[in-house]
Design a protein around this ligand. Structure first.
Ligand code: SF4
Length: 206
């Protein structure tokens, strides 16, 4: 079992091999050689190289929005996709305007595309958010397939729910970045639960 989350001082960050714990993935030199080979594949190399440049150039200066634009530019992505949640419609509109202003061709698909009722998944009435109403299922596979059809080169997730984002990422042909995640309680800042886990949220999370 790998337990990097409990590792003291993260010695891999300083190449301090003498202090790697016994179950450290950095000790697995055989697999690491295979992993390094993957970075030599053209697309992986390109994404890894450009993201390292974006990280360094914008470090503590540029917002995620600016870094997303920089990354897309460096990678020569022209056609961008936005997979957004209906609840983020205003944000999707603004993000589209900004990206378009920066010269990208922006394609966006909402989660409720297809208007497929939740009954299609076998969801019973009492498991709907609002019982007794037409409730379309979120259709992240549709978001991915429609953006694939448009030939988007880079897809941006904007506020998809847990699990729906998994399906979108799984089916997207283009590389995906997450601009924002859904957290209806914490203003889309799920780390709030982590930061309060020793205090106000202790009883809620343990
Ligand atoms: S890779 Fe090894 S040294 Fe780095 S955090 Fe994980 S266990 Fe610690």
């Amino acid at each position: 079992m790998f337990t990097c989350s409990f590792c003291k001082n993260h010695p891999c960050d300083t190449n301090d091999k003498n202090n790697y714990p016994p179950n450290c993935p950095s000790r697995d030199t055989e697999d690491l050689e295979k992993i390094k080979e993957l970075y030599k594949e053209q697309e992986n190399y390109h994404l890894a190289y450009q993201s390292a440049l974006v990280e360094a150039e914008g470090y503590c200066q540029k917002t995620r929005l600016e870094e997303t634009i920089d990354f897309a530019r460096k990678c020569n992505f022209q056609k961008l996709g936005i997979a957004f949640c209906l609840g983020f419609s205003n944000e999707a509109k603004t993000l589209t305007k900004i990206l378009t202003h920066h010269g990208f061709s922006v394609h966006s698909v909402v989660c409720k595309n297809g208007s497929i009722p939740k009954e299609f998944l076998g969801i019973p009435e009492d498991k709907k958010v609002e019982q007794g109403t037409f409730e379309p299922m979120c259709n992240p596979i549709g978001q991915a397939m429609f953006l694939n059809k448009e030939g988007t080169e880079f897809n941006i997730v904007l506020g998809l729910c847990v699990g729906h984002d998994s399906l979108f990422i799984k089916h997207s042909d283009a590389p995906v970045t997450v601009f924002a995640v859904k957290d209806r309680v914490l203003a889309h800042n799920p780390l709030g639960a982590i930061y309060l886990s020793d205090g106000y949220y202790k009883k809620k999370v343990y």
